[in-house]
Write a protein of this length. Sequence first.
Length: 264
Amino acid sequence: MTHAPIRAGIGGWTFEPWRGSFYPPKWPIKRELEYASRHVSAIEVNGTYYSSFKPATFAAWRDTTPDGFVFALKASRYCVTRKVLAQAGESIARFVGQGIVELGDKLGPLVWQFADTRRFDPDDIAAFLHLLPRAHEGVALRHAVHVRHDSFLVPEFVALCRAAGVAIVYADSADYPVIGDVSGDFAYVRLENAREDETAGYAPAALDRWADAARTLAAGGTPDTFPCAAPDCAPNVPRDTFVFAINGAKVRAPHTAMALLKRL
């Protein structure tokens, strides 16, 4: 079966409980990104949601990580927490222009995560999606939206994302709605239900199912287990696929990602 690349990763790389459980004992804190990037193939950066960084920082991340590694960046809170998303243009430009393009081909999707209180407003969401730039300084940009309110479980939302070429995040969550529709030219999955009593966060059989789902997405399909809001499926074409073990029992996240990579 022909499929696009599949990457599995974690959220961030600085987490004290990983010292000794993931990082070797006495491993230098300054070299944690170096270690993490050689055991998982992608990292979702949460820090970019809270603050901006200098171009030199992104360049340092680029140079510390191996070829083929990818960073997904969570977009600034100033873009996604405002009352009217259609007015976020200046904040979006500031976020994109801070130097993220220094990552070069290691720049992965930009993730626009909405609060769980934000409801679906078709006109406002359409205007917001229209603001998302497709490139900056010659570097292509890819976007994913992470929505967490039941009002988004409608075909109209999926249609807007497909028209804009923006991926809808599939989140395996016990707290928020799940939208399994494929809408962009890549797929983005967040595994948020890890359990600490499982060595790899999920039971082996569950990890097998997630690996199969990733293969299906990468081959261009939609897994049968993914609940969809729209009646029709996206075109069947191979898609880059990202799977992040994030939240849940975070201490297990690196082991979840490594277990998936082993299966893949």
